[in-house]
Design a protein around this ligand. Structure first.
Ligand SMILES: Nc1ncnc2c1ncn2[C@@H]1O[C@H](COP(=O)(O)OP(=O)(O)OP(=O)(O)O)[C@@H](O)[C@H]1O
Length: 516
């Protein structure tokens, strides 16, 4: 398989593909800002000839959605034209489901749906989106109209299939299957439903043969160097890009795929300027605020945990930066609302976990800041890829504190960063350093000094607020307990709470939370 790897020069491909209908082209030109983009307009819009499975790795923001979207839309358009030319549609006959597109996050599913809906503007192809966190009843209603394409996250899709949804019962007959961000989708412990889905899709060998599979990601061929102890003690063989692809092919049951790998430099865009700031953990807030003040623009800040997103959002809120949080513990409606607000504000600040790292195409994100060093190189590539999309320029800054240095070294090794080792690098790390590193982001010390005081004050305020919130939540707990004990909490609520707590102290005297 790997020997037969076909390298396609996507640059040489143009919109003049004869397979694309002219009506489709008009929509594509409209939906992709065709006139504005120089480099990209001649890139990979053309699907490879013939019905072959495609495994595609291309840098972030290079247009992979249309790379699988266009062949699917034109394929469905052609199939539909054939059906309706030959046989007139019978009343009540079930509309076929042609394509299934799977994505790892809800936001990405909704975005892909919108992107393809715009491209299908003149093609009379209907697209539905099925994601968790939203009313299933509404999604069932949409499915009853028989959309030709379903874009979904695996969990909700599998739930509806299990419930016996009649449109989804045709899933075995689909002609196109896309697994977007495949490496993420196949990560161990994620998306167990995907395995069930694949089993079902691959059950019938003859149907499987008539289906075209698209497997896409910017980090599909990215591999990590194994730590020495694994190589020697466990005699684990090194993972190569080819082995990684073969594993994906085996798991998905893809046949004789055409492999299109046009990634360079680990999957980040050529128009991306990468840099780093090495600092103490306490200084990260100073640098963040410094950057936001000094370089206004649409900025996406990534954290490794929900707790960190919450803390940073509060702090930046106190500093009047109007940050918007985005993480998996938020209600779906609020998540979408915050994304929308971020999209609408060219000076917007979004503080997010990796839920926003993959696939999101928000126009003109100027900066991406990694507040914490990402745990994997894949995460670094995808987070960074939210800027510098579609040939635009973008800046990314990685904030590194001493305990993150090992992670950073791994990241540099995997992505083969090639600039000179900086002395800051040695400051925190006695071990031999690989000769590859990110350039240091230049900082104006006098400006930094000025913002420090403000940030420190804001942090004090934040601590106070936290105390108050903690107190409130204890009062809330008391109210709940009072209700459970059938005690009416009237307008004298605070006093009531105090009296109630006093009475209960004896009863709960071992409970640490019970300090008011
Ligand atoms: N040929 C093209 N001409 C002009 N614009 C394009 C073209 N292809 C894609 N675009 C635009 O480029 C942007 C990025 O595309 P897309 O979201 O598909 O990137 P991607 O490769 O899937 O990125 P990621 O790896 O981050 O998911 C979109 O706004 C899209 O409309």
């Amino acid at each position: 398989m790997v020997e037969n790897q076909v390298k396609i020069n996507w640059k040489s491909l143009t919109f003049d593909d004869p397979d694309l209908t002219s009506r489709g082209l008009v929509a594509v030109e409209e939906c992709t800002d065709y006139n504005l983009i120089g480099d990209l307009k001649t890139t990979h819009a053309k699907p490879p000839k013939g019905r072959r499975d495609i495994i595609g790795a291309a840098e972030t923001g290079s247009g992979k959605t249309l790379a699988f979207g266009l062949p699917i839309l034109t394929g469905i358009y052609n199939e539909k034209s054939m059906i309706f030319d030959d046989v007139p549609a019978q009343a009540g006959s079930r509309k076929p489901l042609y394509a299934l597109i799977l994505t790892p996050t809800r936001e990405l599913a909704i975005q892909v749906k919108n992107h393809l809906t715009a491209a299908a503007k003149f093609l009379d192809v209907n697209i539905a989106v099925l994601v968790g966190g939203m009313a299933a009843v509404k999604q069932e209603r949409i499915l009853s109209k028989g959309p030709e394409i379903v874009v979904a996250t695996p969990g909700r899709l599998w739930e509806l299939i299990q419930q016996g949804n009649s449109h989804l019962s045709q899933i075995n007959n689909i002609k196109f299957l896309v697994i977007d961000e495949t490496d993420r989708m196949l990560e161990r412990g994620h998306f167990e439903e995907l395995q069930d889905l694949l089993e079902r899709l691959n059950l019938d060998e003859s149907k499987k043969k008539t289906r075209q599979n698209f497997v896409f990601s910017a980090t599909l061929t990215l591999v990590h160097d194994l730590p020495k102890y694994l190589k020697t003690k466990m005699k684990k063989s090194e993972m190569t890009s080819q082995r990684k692809l073969q594993k994906i092919i085996d798991v998905l049951g893809v046949t004789d795929p055409k492999i299109v790998d046009v990634t360079q430099g680990g999957g980040t865009s050529k128009t991306l300027t990468e840099s780093r700031i090495t600092c103490g953990i306490e200084e990260k807030d100073h640098y963040i605020y410094y950057f936001l003040r000094k370089y206004p623009g649409r900025t996406l800040i990534f954290c490794n945990s929900i707790g960190c997103v919450r803390r940073l959002t509060n702090l930046l809120g106190i500093l009047e930066c109007r940050p918007l949080p985005l993480h998996a513990a938020m209600q779906q409606k609020q998540r979408l609302k915050n994304l929308e607000r971020f999209r609408d504000n060219e000076g917007g600040i979004l503080v997010a976990t990796d839920v926003a790292a993959r696939g999101l195409d928000i126009p003109k994100v100027d900066h991406v800041i990694h507040y914490q060093t990402p745990r994997t190189s894949e995460s670094y590539v995808h987070r960074s890829g939210r800027t510098a999309r579609a040939s635009q320029q973008g800046i990314t800054i990685l904030l590194i504190e001493p305990s993150e240095m090992q992670n950073y070294i791994k990241l540099c090794k995997t992505l083969s960063k090639s600039s000179i080792v900086n002395s800051c690098f040695r400051k925190f790390c006695n071990c031999p350093i690989p000769g590859e590193d990110l350039p240091v982001f230049p900082v104006d010390d006098s400006y930094l000094k000025a913002v420090k005081e403000r940030v420190n004050l804001a942090r004090e305020l934040d601590k106070l607020e936290l105390e108050v919130r903690k107190g409130n939540s204890e009062v809330g707990w008391l109210q709940k307990t009072a209700e459970e004990m059938d005690i009416i909490v009237d307008d004298l609520y605070p006093l009531c709470c105090c009296l109630f707590s006093y009475c209960c102290i004896e009863f709960f005297n071992n409970n640490q939370h019970f300090k008011i």
